[in-house]
Design a binder for this molecule. Structure first.
Ligand code: PAF
Length: 308
């Protein structure tokens, strides 16, 4: 496996390899990333991974500085996964002096992450447009955990005719149900159980839908009850004191999977309606999502009597 740190070497490597499949990452690799690498295998393409903590997609006061970096371990994982090369540029190499272009996302990016993290998707699309220009992948894989990102990137590839297909890969969860995320490194043994609240809320939404409920408000109520907080408001207590509550809920919404608009109150829910959640737990901002009636079983993560 080659480790490539500059654009000239990248170009030389691609001359030899031809078209590749790509998993763009910010490092801190976990089994979710490995599932993306694995999802490219059937294509038969040489597989590449990029590791770059893109400053453009972090807002002022966000965690760009402290974002977990573990390049040596990441490279070992890529090697074991059979990756052909890893592109690990420095910021000055990736964005050369004079770099000034920005890619503006459309309406799909306006709500949820886009509303909570202004300029985030602009940063994501800008880094990916340059990365796709440099690497010219035929296929790229992204985790469904960042569902809005996946949808926005699918539009980027299509709208700008970038010549690559964007694959969504199912979220990988830990044994306790928490979606794998590099930011889970911020959790501690005392905050970890709270992180479980997100998947418990998704499990509640799924269970309600599976029982036959098709009214969006009824499913939303179940989600809100598990999260014990109102979007944008202060945490509510669940009888165990403040430390057992989610610090802040940015949003918990049921949306149309195509438009990402809130599911209309007068439309019966469909199985592919998606519940999106973002919350702060122990100083870590976590996001998760699931379709109401499709995808991996969430029953094992349903709320337990301990805090129901
Ligand atoms: O999901 C991520 O890790 C990042 O947003 C991405 C897609 C690698 C762009 O920097």
């Amino acid at each position: 496996m080659k480790v490539i740190r500059d654009v000239a070497s990248l170009r030389a490597e691609l001359e030899t390899l031809g078209r590749v499949g790509l998993v763009p990452t910010m490092g801190g690799l976990h089994r979710g990333h490995l599932a993306c690498i694995e999802a490219l295998r059937p294509s038969g393409l040489p597989r590449a991974v990029s590791i770059f903590v893109n400053p453009l997609q972090f807002g002022p006061g966000e965690d760009w500085q402290r974002y977990p970096r573990s390049t040596e371990a990441d490279l070992a994982l890529c090697e074991a996964a059979g990756v052909a090369f890893v592109f690990v540029p420095e910021a000055g190499e990736f964005y050369p002096p004079g770099f000034q272009t920005r890619v503006l996302p459309g309406p799909l990016a306006s709500r949820w992450e886009g509303a909570c993290r202004p300029a985030h998707f602009e940063g994501v699309l800008t880094v990916l447009a340059r990365l796709f220009g440099l690497i010219r992948p035929t296929l790229v894989a992204f985790g469904e955990k960042d569902f809005q990102q996946l949808r926005v990137v699918q539009h980027l590839a299509e709208d700008l005719a970038l010549g690559c297909k964007v694959l969504g890969v199912e979220t990988v969860r830990d044994d306790d149900g928490v979606a794998l995320s590099t930011r889970n490194a911020y959790l501690t043994p005392s905050t970890r159980p709270l992180a479980r609240r997100l998947v418990e809320a998704l499990a509640a939404a799924r269970a309600t839908f599976v029982q036959g409920v098709r009214a969006v408000n009824a499913v939303q109520n179940q989600v809100d009850e598990v999260l014990g907080a109102q979007a944008g408001g202060a945490a509510l207590h669940d009888g165990h004191g403040a430390s057992s509550a989610i610090e802040r809920l940015d949003y918990a919404a049921i949306v149309d999977p195509e438009t990402l608009e809130p599911w209309p109150e007068d439309r019966p829910l469909r199985a592919d309606a998606r519940c999106l959640i973002a919350a702060y737990v122990g100083g870590a901002r976590l996001i998760d999502n699931a379709a109401l009636g499709l995808g991996p079983d969430l029953e094992a993560f349903a709320v337990t009597s301990a805090h129901s």
